[in-house]
Design a protein. Structure first.
Length: 211
């Protein structure tokens, strides 16, 4: 079971792709952060702009590419993979361990969002208190997704991806996310995010999903 949310967490969002040969080391680092650090809430957004180069990442979505583009515009930065965005603003190369460690150490710690998540009638129902004035969202993430890559820059590799964002929906105080075919219930978790007017995160929480 995932560790309970704690005050003092840092949210890291990895923008990655199975079609990018530089991404697997960043994916592995994200797995390590999730396993070893209770003060890190990790999310992996698989972008789709690599798909045209020989391999369609099965976890990619155009919406995740758009999310990265919005961050890059806000930061005056370029779009690249693997990019690790810290607390909703400011990216570092996600495979550079020293840079990632320094960025996490320097980032402000976010207060935890308390809440519950449970499966009801084929959907994950989330109830959580988002800070006043913040925009809330809930992400459903899945761990231990394994793919044999048949083409592209990682052709022949077997890749494991953790913290893969399967859905991201708005949250006021409640939200319901329908479970899709192919999701493995045992590998799912809910992550609640709250962003301020500038897009920077102001609070976050990990919610184990009760069944």
């Amino acid at each position: 079971m995932a560790p309970a949310p704690v005050d003092g967490a840092v949210v890291v969002e990895l923008f990655t792709s199975q079609g990018c040969s530089s991404c697997p080391p960043a994916d592995r680092l994200l797995t390590e952060l999730t396993r070893d650090r209770r003060d890190v809430i990790a999310l992996a957004f698989h972008v789709d702009y690599w798909n045209r180069l020989g391999w369609a990442d099965p976890w990619s979505r155009p919406a995740w590419s758009a999310r990265q583009e919005a961050y890059a515009r806000g930061d005056g930065d370029r779009v690249y993979t693997p990019a690790l965005v810290i607390n909703g603003g400011g990216a570092v190369v996600g495979s550079r361990r020293a840079a990632v460690a320094a960025a996490i150490a320097q980032a402000p710690r976010l207060p935890a969002i308390a809440g519950t998540a449970r499966v009801v009638d084929g959907a994950v129902e989330v109830a959580a208190a988002v800070p006043a004035g913040a925009r809330g969202a809930v992400a459903i993430v899945e761990d231990a997704l394994v793919t044999r890559v048949a083409a592209g820059e990682n052709e022949g590799e077997t890749l494991r991806n953790d913290r893969v964002v399967r859905a991201l929906v708005p949250l006021t105080d409640r939200a319901a996310v329908p479970l899709e075919p192919g999701w493995r219930a045992a590998g799912l978790e809910a992550v609640v995010l709250a962003a301020g007017p500038d897009g920077r995160l102001v609070a976050a929480g990990r919610l184990p999903i009760a069944r």
